[in-house]
Design a protein around this ligand. Structure first.
Ligand code: HEM
Length: 471
């Protein structure tokens, strides 16, 4: 009797590349473009081979929602990710699963409660103003470098109450080395043991020592304060050091180091990348840039933005949303199935590596018209509410949703508004801007831009200010 192959029995479609060598090469050349090509050619669930290992690219919003939210308990962070990140982050919020992850998440979550986050707004604006003191009209600057230094200072002050201004350069270089090394390791089929004295391993150790030095110094200094003073300070670093489990056991220095390291890294690079792409996109789209300047002039009239202004800065918000759509800093996330699991009617085996790529999902023409176009206006009205769950996922979703999403959105809008009130950034001829998909989607070779001053806005005073803007 003839039997029809059901989806449960059939493997998802995908390229015929059994050894996976072609996929591996394409992945290494330009992974986001390759994943997009796979989804466009084969559909919402694609099986591809990464060398001999199958990977499943899930792009239908209902199915990404299943992986992130509805069936989240069946998926863990992949073993390869834990292995590659271990020397850097150890076991922390980003890399752990199960009860350990839940305990850490509960411990750290209060630092991100909305009332707490609101108190960070002032730090964000003040640090941006401080950074702008070095800016001059006509200068050519590496804006990505500027955004990294700024967000690094903000996250350190907001979460840990420390000023890292003196360490920014050295730590920045160490982080860059870390991203390049971990990325190379992800793209390798067989890992080189970390005890071998290869050039890469030695570079990794030097970079780890720089970041470790900073984090451990912080912990030592803070521990020296004693419990009462720690409790009085109330920042996340102090909270972590005070935290104790139900048996009264405190967090070891090593565990505190892992969490601080993770929050420090995850908490600045991604927002810096978002801002860099926003500046690049604005320079390419003068109409959007003009509308942004108009909104800021009307709402702020030259004064620095504050938290209370954000609800009125709708266009600023759309620019950030649209930037996160086109250049999601976390351009791919991955999970490992803990047991056989059915997604979209396909049965994925235990151990299957599942990839969800916001880069791909955000370019789906079923939900985003003209998906490659930068159109902040698309976010008007209830556009976001009407999107199916799982279609717009810059921060992932479900229990593992980015813990810093509200922090990041507030920070990106405040920094954009503070700078765009005073300056416009122009692309520099000959400087090619292209995404470099490491762990995050950075602009390769930085982002060289020229600073142009905008005419100063006169703070609005109804009795003395003339209606027309000054030249
Ligand atoms: C625009 C900025 C940001 C983007 C696009 C972003 C994106 C993401 C994404 C997609 C995840 C989920 C990863 C996965 O499930 O595999 C994540 C997790 C995480 N993010 Fe963010 N993030 C941003 C900013 C921040 C900030 C500001 C912080 C902290 C201050 C932060 C801390 C974390 C942490 C600790 C996790 C792990 C959470 C967990 O697994 O429980 N992120 N982020």
């Amino acid at each position: 009797m003839a039997t029809r192959l059901t989806r449960q029995q059939a493997a998802p479609p995908g390229p015929k590349d059994v050894l996976g060598l072609r996929s591996l090469r394409r992945f290494r050349q330009n992974a986001p473009a390759y994943l997009l090509e796979l989804a466009r050619r084969y559909g919402d669930m694609v099986r591809f081979f990464f060398g001999p290992f199958p990977g499943y690219l899930v792009s239908h919003p209902d199915w990404t929602h299943q992986v992130y939210v509805e069936q989240a308990a069946l998926f863990h962070k992949p073993a390869i990710m834990k292995q590659v990140f271990k020397p850097w982050l150890g076991e922390s919020l980003l890399t752990s699963d199960g009860d350990f992850w839940l305990r850490q998440r509960r411990l750290i979550q209060p630092a991100f409660h909305s009332r707490r986050i609101e108190s960070y707004a002032q730090i964000m604006v003040a640090q941006t103003e401080r950074a702008l003191q070095d800016w001059r009209a006509g200068q050519e600057r590496d804006i990505h470098h500027d955004m990294m230094a700024l967000t690094m200072r903000i996250v350190s002050l907001a979460l840990f109450d420390i000023d890292v201004s003196d360490e920014v350069e050295e730590v920045g270089r160490a982080i860059e080395a870390g991203l390049e090394i971990t990325n190379a390791q992800f793209n390798r089929l067989v890992q080189i043991p970390d005890w071998l004295p290869t050039r890469e391993n030695r570079r990794a150790r030097r970079a780890q020592a720089v970041i470790d030095g900073l984090v451990m110094r912080l912990i030592r200094e803070r521990r020296a304060l004693g419990r009462a003073e720690l409790a009085a300070r109330g920042d996340l670093l102090s909270m972590l050091l005070l935290a104790a489990d139900e048996h009264g056991r405190g967090m070891s220095d090593q565990q505190a180091r892992n969490e601080i390291y993770t929050l420090f890294l995850a908490g600045h690079e991604t927002t810096a990348v978002t801002l860099s792409w926003a500046w690049h996109l604005l320079a390419q789209h003068p109409q959007a840039e003009a509308r942004l300047h108009e909104e800021l002039r009307a709402a702020l009239a030259g004064r620095p933005p504050a938290l209370a202004d954000l609800p009125g800065l709708t266009y600023t918000d759309w620019i950030i949303k649209e930037t996160l759509r086109l250049y999601p800093p976390a351009w791919v996330t991955s999970r490992e199935a803990q047991q056989e699991v059915v997604i979209g009617g396909y049965t994925l085996p235990r151990g299957a590596s599942v990839f969800i790529s916001p880069w791909v999902s955000h370019r789906d023409p079923r939900y985003f018209e003209q998906p490659e176009a930068f159109l902040p206006e698309r976010w008007a009205g209830d556009f976001e509410k009407r999107l199916p769950k799982g279609a717009y996922i810059p921060f992932a979703a479900g229990p593992r949703i980015c813990i810093g999403n509200t922090f990041a959105l507030m920070e990106a809008r405040l920094i954009l508004a503070t700078i765009a009130q005073r300056y416009r950034l122009r692309s520099v001829a000959g400087h090619v801007v292209e995404p470099q998909p490491l762990i995050t989607l950075r602009p390769k070779n930085g982002l060289r831009m020229r600073v142009e001053a905008l005419p100063a806005a006169v703070p609005f005073n109804p009795t003395t200010t003339p209606i027309s803007a000054p030249a």
